[in-house]
Ligand binder design. Structure first.
Ligand SMILES: *Cc1c(COP(=O)(O)O)cnc(C)c1O
Length: 375
């Protein structure tokens, strides 16, 4: 099966009991044992495994062409698990990009993860710098996020994976923004593809799930499963059910997200009140050539800088009518957000920057809305 077909068919089938075409939702926390004590249906207790979670994990494994998938209560639960679950014999050192999801920076500064692990930061668009930072000290895990948040930087997955492999470090890509519909890190030799399923895979801003898809079997993968099962950071069956519903339309949704984002980026780039547009689909973007190589299209996220400062950017956000001022991304509806005022003193975002999650509304409505907001 090809990608779009797998998104619809893997993990789902006709319910043998009722003939229902849509998978039933299994809320039961516990499963009956047979008279001889065995579990005839494979399930025992919902934290360990349940039908809706298993179905979602099967589908995501298949979409990333991986070996297995472990899902969590949120993207951040997946992120903290993959750091904590580093196998015992590996160096407790993680190399991370300078531009990355804000929640990870908060995880490092607000919890003891930042103290128990040596977190080294590198500008991952600079391969010489990445090589130097990785070779500075024995490294357990190399982190990539591309396109990055909020500056939409592009990182060369293949090149960095090679550098990491030479140093015998594991690699992970936060693949939330492109989704497996546009980018398959495992095909470049990356060990783990990580997701906030909350975003595009769920697709409708109504669930929280995280996922890690592994390229192959390992002690690391066994640890990740134990972190899910034993530490209990599990997604609910309902959220898994919603995610498996959302993922069916991932491909067609991404096509519209990408087309709308490109058109909006071109519109903004030509606008006299816009200072800069960050979108890898633009020929002017520093990472355009690498993005064109490793992504099948350029995604639905962009950011732009309004001429002036924070006040001018906040005014644009204040005047939108169809866009919603809200954080998060990946839903059908367009969102706009002033990142610097959300992230406060830890921010990497310029004061005049607005981040946009371009939805799948009619593009003319989106352009008209930003056009009047910029007036
Ligand atoms: C939202 C997001 C996360 C965190 O996911 P949650 O589901 O909110 O915990 C991680 N990485 C990226 C790129 C994100 O956009």
């Amino acid at each position: 099966m090809r990608f779009e077909t797998k998104a619809i068919h893997v993990g789902r089938g006709i319910d043998p009991l009722t003939g229902a075409v849509t998978s039933p939702l299994h809320l039961s926390t516990t499963y009956e044992r047979a008279a001889d004590g065995s579990y005839t249906n494979d399930f025992m207790y919902s934290r360990g495994d349940n039908p809706n979670r298993r179905a979602l994990e099967a589908c995501l494994t298949s979409l990333e062409s991986g070996f297995d998938c472990v899902t969590y209560a949120s993207g951040m639960a997946a992120i903290s698990s993959i750091i904590e679950a580093l196998p015992q014999d590996l160096p407790r050192r993680v190399v991370m990009p300078d531009d990355m999801y804000f929640g990870i920076r908060a995880l490092i500064s607000e919890t003891d993860i930042g103290k128990r692990f040596d977190i080294a930061i590198a500008d991952m668009t600079n391969l010489a710098e990445v090589e130097k930072v990785i070779q500075d000290a024995p490294t357990g895990l190399v982190w990539m996020e591309t396109p990055s948040n909020p500056l939409v930087k592009i990182v060369d997955i293949k090149a960095i994976t090679k550098i990491a492999q030479k140093a015998e470090a594991y690699t992970v890509v936060d693949n939330t923004w492109p989704t497996p519909a546009l980018q398959r890190p495992l095909s470049y030799g990356v060990d783990f593809s990580l997701h906030s399923v909350t975003k595009y895979i769920g697709g409708h801003s109504d669930l929280m799930v995280g996922a890690i898809v592994a390229k192959s079997d390992s002690i690391y993968l066994k640890n990740l499963r134990a972190w899910q099962h034993e530490k209990g950071a599990v997604p609910s069956p309902f959220d898994c059910w919603l995610a498996l519903r959302g993922v069916q339309s991932l491909s067609p949704r991404m096509r519209v997200h990408c087309a709308n984002a490109l058109e909006l980026a071109e519109f903004l780039e030509a606008h006299p009140k816009v200072e800069a547009v960050h979108y890898p689909g633009l020929a002017s973007h520093a990472g355009h050539a690498i993005a064109a190589k490793q992504m099948s299209s350029f995604g639905g996220m962009l950011s732009f800088q309004v001429k002036g400062g924070e006040k001018e950017a906040m005014e644009v956000a204040a005047n939108v009518k169809i866009f919603t001022r809200a954080t998060s991304l990946g839903g059908t509806h367009s969102l706009i957000e002033h990142r610097a005022s959300v992230e406060k003193d830890k921010t990497m975002a310029p004061a005049n920057l607005l981040r946009v999650s371009v939805g799948i509304e009619n593009i003319e409505d989106l352009k008209e809305d930003l056009s009047q907001a910029l007036e």
